[in-house]
Ligand binder design. Structure first.
Ligand code: NAD
Ligand code: UDP
Length: 316
């Protein structure tokens, strides 16, 4: 990275993860210098290896729940560090709570020190098992704080509260994106999320593990669409939470059927118990993103899922 650069400088916490690495690609394309901070707890250096020779990228291996030191100017802090798949955060309950609370505090502190804009990667999980459908940003949610998912949901809710307090109390330029289920290349094959799990199972002729009766719904957004919405949000003047996701909703059983149609396989479906507090429905209302950011998803499910299958074929 050049020392006296006129390029904007971005810090991406969690930049070695699925979304953080795609965000890093986009920022480099936009002409930023990027400093990735990651401790690899769920991410991997492989997600950034295509950028190994890029002089505009710097990597710091660090746990952001500890004080974050970055020398020189910083213009944008993108706080993406956190386990994100239910399997990961069930295995890592305390690191998940710590990165959402202490990690967010440190990342906000870095942004304040540098007079940088700050964006929090929050989640549709702040709505919990929602009682209104589709979910609008003014819905406060239905979260069980002491259930297994509470470690993630409450950490993100705390992170949103902390981010908003830095905006109102310190006058900082902060943004909050509520990300709905996103998929694409660089997800971990075995991260337990439904997209890599079903594709991996179909590619290896194993049964697709449908939890419950498969009537619960999700709405899947392709990663490039999500990153575009997030980039627009950071560059906007808007400080309240914004949903970014694809409103096309389907049941998990329909998703499994789609995978079985698209992949030549001998796999069938196998029904397993529904995990505790698994949300029954999830669909973003994206009116706010459409109005304020002039954003809506462009990649339809059929196209995005083919790209993703293509990626996982190379990983098996
Ligand atoms: P991921 O697990 O692939 O990436 C998270 C990254 O954060 C990993 O590289 C991990 O090593 C790093 N990390 C975790 N704790 C850290 C710590 N204490 N210090 C430094 N690095 C740390 O997950 P993802 O899907 O890329 O999710 C990224 C962000 O987006 C998360 O904050 C997640 O909550 C949010 N999000 C993702 C989705 C989705 O569908 N992918 C949905 C909602 C919200
Ligand atoms: N799911 C499933 N089989 C699996 C993995 C997940 O049926 O092997 C279901 C899960 O119960 C949930 C949905 O798929 O209803 C999406 O799960 P994921 O872990 O991808 O993310 P979530 O939206 O629950 O955070």
């Amino acid at each position: 990275m050049t020392k006296k650069s006129s390029r904007p400088i971005s810090v991406v916490t969690g930049g070695a993860g699925f979304l953080g690495s795609h965000l890093t690609d986009r920022l480099l394309e936009e002409g930023h210098d990027v400093i990735v901070i990651d401790n690899f707890i769920t991410g991997s250096p492989h997600n950034l290896e295509h950028l190994a020779e890029n002089i505009h990228l710097k990597f710091i291996r660090h746990d952001v729940t500890e004080y974050i030191f970055v020398p020189g100017p910083v213009h944008y802090v993108w706080h993406f560090a956190s386990p994100a798949s239910p399997i990961d955060y069930l295995e890592l309950p305390i690191p998940t709570l710590k990165v959402g609370s202490l990690g967010t505090h440190n990342a906000l502190g870095l942004a304040r020190e540098k007079k940088a804009a700050f964006l929090l990667a929050s989640t549709s999980e702040t709505y919990g098992d929602p009682l209104i459908h589709p979910q609008t940003e003014d819905y406060w949610g239905n979260v069980n704080p002491v259930g297994p998912r509470g470690v993630y949901d409450e950490a993100k809710r705390f992170a949103e509260a902390m981010t908003m307090a830095y905006h109102t109390f310190h006058g900082m330029d902060t943004k909050i994106v509520r990300i709905f289920n996103t998929y694409g290349p660089r997800m971990r094959l075995r991260d337990g999320r439904v997209v890599p799990t079903f594709i991996g199972q179909a590619l290896t002729n194993q049964s697709l593990t449908i939890f419950g009766d498969g009537s619960q719904t999700r709405s899947f957004c392709y990663v490039s669409d999500l990153i575009d919405g997030i980039y627009r949000l950071m560059m906007s003047e808007y400080h309240h939470p914004v949903n970014i996701g694809n409103p096309r909703e389907m049941t998990i059983k329909e998703f499994g059927e789609a995978i079985l149609k698209l992949i030549e396989t001998t796999s069938a479906m196998e029904f397993k118990p529904l995990p505790i507090d698994d949300p029954k429905v999830r669909q973003p209302d994206i009116t706010r993103a459409k109005t304020i950011l002039k954003w809506e998803p462009k990649i339809d499910f059929e196209e995005g899922i083919q790209e993703t299958i293509h990626y996982f074929r190379s990983k098996i």
